[in-house]
Design a protein around this ligand. Structure first.
Ligand code: HEC
Length: 441
């Protein structure tokens, strides 16, 4: 028993490390950014997805729904849009036949406590109801059966109401039973629940894909594809769609895994989420690099519908995809990528005590306005900090934005930050930038 427990803990801890790498820095709340300020010549909405935390089709198969850190965004009739609903940062999002279940963080305008705990919505996210664990736990590893609504969660830390480990509920969260996870190997990457059979659950790990038919007590490996980074059940329950650098199906009747054709995507990227429409032949996947691909014929042919987190709208009546140019406006970029930590007006994470440790013992994100030190650094140094990020002792980490923001976009953000400085700070920093010579390698 104690052996088993030790092993479970290792798996859980490993999963959490993997998750930190995967989801990046989400400890901070997000500003509500709608990113749909259209200029006159633009007819289509530009939807930006700062992070992707899931993927599902609506019950009628018409909408592809993406929890994107700024709330849910939707791809329907070849167009992206951001519906006018509360912009919660959903984590552990699970689409079901009549809506979704999720965990995550409330949007800034919300009265809900952080974290959300376990919530559900039956009206496309207009309203969410709290099931349990509000203010207590953010579940990143959770999944809910499409029809049976069997909820499986991995509790990352013991809380007042629930011990750590895998738990499932068959009564929409009233009561919970543990699953002992025997036979599971490798760090967990994702979990999926059978749509109708409540005892059947699949866990993807860095070793492979594992199936349990006894409520998560014992697992056996299926297929031999190596690490699996995303998995979901077909809404019929007959097969699985899963992936790593390639996309596969697993058929329960023949017990075989098969590669299905998937588009070439950046070789270093991995599939992060997969989804199958409950009607028709549509399947979709999203990568960690925030590219999204959609197929209308079960994977025979594909269209790319998002590139690096920017939605691609197709022009109606033509099959040519119109790629929106990435955002260049410094203020919009700042609001989207920086304001959640550094404050909407550069006042810093803790304007009262910017350089004192918070309850976690770490100093928060510093101010960028005239009260801060940012203006002491020449442009080249600032660009490098933003590209590479920073991890110093006793300070919260600053995430790297290399690969996410181009140098032009970073310079546009810096120009916006400079509007908060005093004239003498602006000129001192301009001189420092002009005189800056990089250290010899
Ligand atoms: C997840 C929170 C977070 C986000 C998002 C974030 N930062 Fe930071 N940033 C920090 C923290 C924390 C530090 C302090 C790190 C340190 O000093 O080790 C920091 C430091 C910096 C610094 C150095 C400041 C100085 O005065 O020396 C710059 C410049 C900076 N951030 C710019 C940005 C920009 C631009 C963005 C958006 C593209 C951004 N940050 C997004 C948390 C964040």
């Amino acid at each position: 028993m104690s052996n088993l427990r030790a092993k479970n803990n290792v798996i859980i801890a490993g999963g959490i490390v993997a998750l930190l790498v995967v989801v990046g820095f989400l400890a901070f709340r997000e500003e509500d950014n709608t990113s749909n300020n259209l200029s006159d010549e633009q007819t289509q909405e530009i939807v930006q997805m700062p992070h992707i935390h899931g993927l599902s089709f609506s019950g009628d198969g018409r909408q592809l729904i993406v929890p994107a850190h700024i709330g849910l965004v939707i791809f329907e009739d070849n167009q992206w849009s951001k519906p006018d609903i509360p912009a919660h940062d959903y984590m552990g999002y699970s689409g079901v036949d009549d809506g979704f279940f999720s965990s995550g963080h409330p949007g800034v305008d919300s009265d809900l406590v952080n974290p959300l705990g376990l919530v559900r919505s039956t009206d496309s996210g207009h309203q969410i109801t709290t099931i349990d664990f509000a203010g207590e736990t953010d579940f990143h590893f959770m999944a809910v059966g499409y029809e049976n609504h069997a909820i499986y969660i991995l509790n990352p830390q013991p809380s007042a109401s629930l011990p750590a480990g895998l738990h499932y509920s068959l009564d929409e969260g009233e009561t919970w039973q543990p699953g002992t996870l025997a036979g599971l190997e490798g760090s967990m990457t994702q979990i999926a629940v059978h749509p109708t059979n409540t005892s059947t659950v699949v866990i993807a790990t860095q070793t492979g894909l594992f199936l349990s038919e006894d409520f998560g007590d014992t697992f056996t490996q299926i297929g031999d594809t190596g690490a699996v980074t995303a998995v979901s059940f077909h809404p019929s329950g007959d097969s699985l769609l899963f992936g790593n650098t390639r996309l596969y199906t697993y058929d329960f009747a023949s017990q075989t895994a098969e590669v299905i054709s998937s588009p070439e995507f950046v070789a270093s990227d991995f599939i992060a989420f997969v989804a199958t429409s409950p009607v028709g032949q549509d399947i979709a996947f999203a990568t960690f690099g925030k590219d999204i691909y959609l197929s209308h014929d079960a994977g025979e042919t594909w269209v790319q519908i998002a590139r690096e987190g920017v939605g691609i709208n197709s022009n109606p009546g033509s099959d040519v995809s119109a790629v929106e140019s990435p955002l260049q406006d410094g203020q919009e970029l700042y609001d989207l990528y920086c304001a959640s930590c550094h404050g909407a007006n550069g006042e810093g994470q803790y304007p009262e005590n910017p350089y004192l440790p918070d309850a976690s013992g770490l100093v928060g994100a510093p101010p960028h306005d005239s009260t801060g030190h940012t203006w002491h650094h020449p442009d080249a140094v600032l660009v490098e900090i933003v590209q590479e990020g920073r991890a110093m002792p006793n300070v919260h980490p600053m995430p790297p934005f290399k690969g996410q923001l181009s140098e032009t976009q970073i310079m546009a953000i810096l120009d916006h930050i400079k509007t908060w400085w005093l004239p003498e700070q602006v000129s001192a920093q301009a001189t420092a930038s002009a005189n800056f010579t990089p250290a010899a390698p």
